[in-house]
Design a protein around this ligand. Structure first.
Ligand SMILES: [Mg+2]
Length: 228
């Protein structure tokens, strides 16, 4: 049913790219000759996750997320939080992997529709990942919340994307993402169709029902284009 759409907008992390912060942190710890334990990851997430939620709500800036999450570790390792954040992004760029089916799907779709990304991730990592997997050649649009100044699900980041797409008809746009609260809620609120990449078989509440739901990118490929 790809004929229904002129534009497909994708989220990046855990939609096109596998994002495992614990691998990046482990590389960081190793560079300081420190052993990385599950407890270290838990402690980091205790700080990191709420910061991301606050960022999506517009309560903290991208800079604040990037720095504040590394303050305790910076003290432990005797370096600045800025340095740790930068090392972490380097590690994540090195470790980045497209999700199973992502390369095929993007290649096939790029011959049929225009493709964009709207991500709440950070600029430095996006550009490097796009080039690393060759997506820079296939995507017509990359919208990064850090650059726009507001994050998904805020309407403004979608309006910003639509303007850069020359305002196509909204019913000809589909937003695909793994996060109900940023991707699906944001897309619905912006008046476009949504597809929830529901990796963990959760149930969507009534007010956040996506237009479509799939559990992986192979299913999405099947839904949009027929057999992969
Ligand atoms: Mg995501």
């Amino acid at each position: 049913m790809i004929e229904r759409y002129d534009w497909l907008l994708f989220d990046a992390d855990d939609t096109l790219f596998h994002f495992d912060g614990s691998l990046g942190l482990e590389a960081l710890f190793n560079s300081f000759d420190a052993v990385f334990t599950p407890d270290d990851f838990k402690q980091f997430q205790t700080l990191n996750k709420p910061l991301w939620d606050q960022y999506a709500q517009g309560l903290v800036t991208a800079d604040e997320v990037q720095i504040r999450r590394f303050v305790p570790l910076a003290q432990r390792f005797g370096v600045t939080a800025e340095q740790l954040n930068s090392d972490f992004i380097d590690a994540m760029a090195e470790l980045c992997e497209p999700l199973p089916g992502a390369l095929n799907l993007v290649h096939a779709l790029s011959e049929r529709v225009q493709l964009g990304i709207i991500t709440n991730g950070f600029t430095e990592l996006q550009d490097r990942r796009m080039r690393r997997v060759g997506f820079d050649r296939h995507f017509d649009l990359l919208v990064i919340s850090e650059q726009v100044g507001v994050a998904k699900p805020h309407l403004d980041i979608f309006e910003h994307a639509f303007a850069r797409m020359n305002n196509p008809a909204r019913e000809r746009i589909l937003m695909v993402g793994d996060n109900l609260h940023t991707d699906v809620a944001g897309g619905r609120n912006a008046g476009i169709d949504t597809c929830w990449l529901n990796h963990h078989g959760k149930a969507a509440p009534a007010e956040l029902q996506p237009t479509y739901e799939v559990s992986n990118l192979l299913q999405l490929h099947q839904l949009l284009l027929g057999a992969a």
